[in-house]
Design a protein around this ligand. Structure first.
Ligand code: C5P
Length: 399
């Protein structure tokens, strides 16, 4: 269950006797490396206490839609943006009906409406309720909207009946939740991603660099690996842990990144340049530390090679994606870059907004291709990365 490592799972608990198993679900998801936040409906609290789930998840349990404290901290919109996936277990017949009709009269149903991450439900109910055509019609509607339905299984029920409607076991639900991230959309493809800043040495102790955190590139590498790609991440110096299943090539300068990129891009199917490459480097690197004994110091700079343009100019070029960090005229500049650098896609963001882009956990981007553009509204970088990888995988398969 590698794909649950560092994932943020929102566990929704609705009213049913199987709610006692939610405690175990939290444990199984945590064993696989996930962080859990719990949202309970009022009925769920009749079956298991919020305190139990709070103690196990290590986070406050969310109960109310209109809670002034919660709204200031983790209201329904923040929770929906926070979650990499939402798992509702157990999902009662009543809650399934509510989801199917798109109601939003409590915290859990409202955040399901707002959420753009995968949503899965683990139904749990009496076999008669499960077989009822109203329940089956609701499930059909949800399936049609892309909601994942985990289980139920058959067996003896709390009410004494035997039949379908038992919630799937916590272990199986954790496995199925992990599978949500394993899309396979890039299976058999090699993907090369550049990330982070570069450092251009001035002397043995000083360098020119920038504020890139590398978060977007690392999130893209994780999403590409989960989509089944052989993934290579050429990374400048950052404070991030390498995602599982990703081969990291650490580099320092733009020239090192250039060499590694051209070597790895040869024969790859997708190249994503998310690195903030220093545009210039000092013409000469001083052998000794430069002393501050002059009032003025001039450092002569020379332009670095444009890595993404060089990859896009390869005879057998991969699908090539660039980034554009801008402070104005987003679409115009992004389109200019698309054409000038001969790219297939440019992902542009406004770095003058401090809540997105450099160093932040969230991002909002404009995806620009030759035939049009599309905004992906503000969302955490790992969810955005999966949406971008899904879009790119579709473009590659239609190529
Ligand atoms: O030209 P500009 O730096 O604005 O373009 C940004 C895009 O080009 C990013 O995708 C960045 O990774 C890439 N780039 C590059 N090599 C450079 C400069 C930028 O690959 N020397």
């Amino acid at each position: 269950m590698l794909s649950l490592a560092n994932k943020r799972i929102l566990l929704g608990v609705t009213g049913g006797i199987a709610a006692y198993k939610s405690a175990e679900i939290i444990r199984r998801l945590q064993d696989a490396g996930a962080t859990i936040q719990v949202v309970m409906t009022r009925a769920a609290t009749e079956f298991i206490t919020p305190l139990t789930l709070q103690a196990l998840s290590g986070n406050p349990v969310h109960l109310e839609l209109l809670d002034t404290e919660a709204e200031a901290a983790m209201g329904h919109i923040q929770l929906s943006r926070w979650a990499d996936a939402v798992l509702i277990a157990p999902a009662s017949a009543d809650f399934i009906a509510k989801l199917a009709t798109g109601q939003g009269d409590d915290l859990l149903s409202t955040l399901c409406l707002a959420c753009r991450s995968p949503l899965a439900i683990a139904p749990a109910m009496n076999q008669g309720m499960w077989r009822n055509s109203a329940t089956q019609a609701n499930l059909e509607r949800l399936r049609g909207r892309g909601v994942h339905i985990f289980g139920p299984t058959e067996g003896s029920q709390a009410c004494g009946d035997i039949g379908p409607g038992r919630m799937s076991e916590p272990e199986d639900l954790a496995e199925l939740t992990a599978d949500l991230f394993e899309t396979g959309s890039l299976a058999g493809k090699k993907v090369v991603i550049t990330a982070g800043p570069t450092r251009e040495a001035i002397d043995p102790v000083r360098y020119i660099s920038n504020h890139s955190s590398g978060k977007m590139g690392y999130a893209l590498a994780e999403a590409a690996a989960e989509a089944g790609a052989e993934t290579v991440l050429i990374s400048g110096p950052v404070n991030l842990i390498a995602p599982d299943r990703v081969r990291i090539i650490p580099i320092t300068s733009a020239q090192e990144m250039y060499q590694a990129a051209l070597k790895e891009a040869d024969g790859c199917q997708l190249f994503i340049a998310s690195a903030a490459v220093a545009d210039y480097r000092p013409v000469q690197i001083a052998e000794q530390k430069i002393k501050k004994d002059t009032e003025q110091l001039t450092i002569e700079l020379v332009k670095n090679p444009d890595i993404v343009s060089a990859v896009a100019a390869l005879p057998k070029r991969p699908f090539t994606v660039g980034f554009a960090a801008e402070t104005a005229n987003l679409e115009n500049y992004a389109r200019g870059k698309l054409e000038r650098k001969n790219l297939d896609l440019v992902i542009a963001n406004d770095v003058s907004d401090r809540t997105i882009g450099f160093n932040s956990d969230d991002n909002e981007v404009l995806v620009v291709e030759l035939k049009g553009s599309e905004t992906i509204p503000k969302i955490n970088k790992s969810i955005l990365a999966r949406q971008l990888i899904a879009k790119i995988a579709e473009m590659i398969s239609n190529d």
